[in-house]
Ligand binder design. Structure first.
Ligand code: SAM
Length: 250
């Protein structure tokens, strides 16, 4: 028996109806290059193994790895380590990423995956519902922020369904949700780093105007976007325009 480790964000899925719905959402095909983040005790891994020729998983907890190894499944390829340091270049592409993510590091994991956008076909992830809502939020909403802009500039973000705490053991304190992310056919910008810089600064003080937040990089004379607004009012396309105007200056 494995005792759940809090520091690794371990909340294991125990609800078979939810597991079936996740598998149906992924709709795995035989030759898909699946990467599962945090397979744990195999709640999603085991059903997936029945569908695909090969399943790569990355897991940090050595004890869980020995449980997974004892399954002796020839199509399961186990990588031990931290997903944040995991080099996706070693995997066949395009990669379909799946996983019930450790909630304590969900934002850094999302940004690590974003950096590997060119290799990704799609992602089906379980996250805190609140994080999924932030990812999918529209401008004008209080929860619209850096995560919303960075995700929506590169992905179509769809919340698929919510999952209650009782579906896990131990039960997390929060509600969860399944999100599907599909890279946009035409990413809104090629310069992810510049967008990231502008977005980070723009939301650095949510109550301040853009003029204040962006004063170190852009003035009103250098852009048609009205800088008397707050960052949360700007659409994704407005942020792209701001980024282009910033790049023209630098
Ligand atoms: N997939 C299993 C399930 O649904 O029951 C486990 C999900 S649990 C929420 C998160 C999993 O991610 C755990 O197995 C945990 O050990 C693993 N994990 C935590 N931090 C990690 C990291 N930095 N890199 C890789 N795996 C990690």
């Amino acid at each position: 028996m494995h005792k759940a480790r809090k520091r690794f964000g371990q909340n294991f899925l125990i609800d078979h109806i939810i597991i079936d719905r996740i598998i149906a959402t992924i709709a795995p095909k035989r030759d898909d290059n699946l990467l599962e983040i945090g397979p744990g005790q195999g709640a999603i891994t085991l059903p997936l193994l029945d569908y695909v020729e090969q399943l790569n998983v990355i897991e940090i907890d050595r004890h869980l790895i020995s449980i997974l190894e004892s399954l002796e499944r020839s199509n399961l390829i186990i990588h031990q380590g931290d997903v944040l340091k995991f080099d996706l270049n070693i995997l066949p592409t395009p990669i379909r990423v799946v996983g019930n993510l450790p909630y304590n590091i969900s934002s850094p994991v999302l940004f690590h995956l974003l950096e590997n956008l060119d290799k990704i076909k799609d992602m089906t992830l379980m996250l805190q519902k609140e994080v999924v809502e932030r990812m999918a939020a529209n401008n004008g909403s209080k929860i619209y922020g850096r995560l919303s802009v960075m995700m929506q500039a590169f992905f179509d973000v769809q919340m698929i369904f919510t999952v209650p705490p009782e579906s896990f053991n131990p039960a997390p304190r929060v509600e969860s949700a399944i999100v599907h992310l599909k890279p946009l056919r035409q990413p809104k910008t090629k310069d992810m780093k510049a967008l990231e810089k502008v977005v980070k600064l723009a939301f650095s003080q949510r109550r301040q105007t853009l003029r204040n937040c962006l004063k170190s990089i852009l003035t009103q004379e250098q852009t048609d976007i009205e800088l008397s607004q707050r960052a949360e009012m700007l659409t994704i396309d407005n942020f792209i325009t701001l980024t282009q105007d910033y790049e023209t200056q630098h």
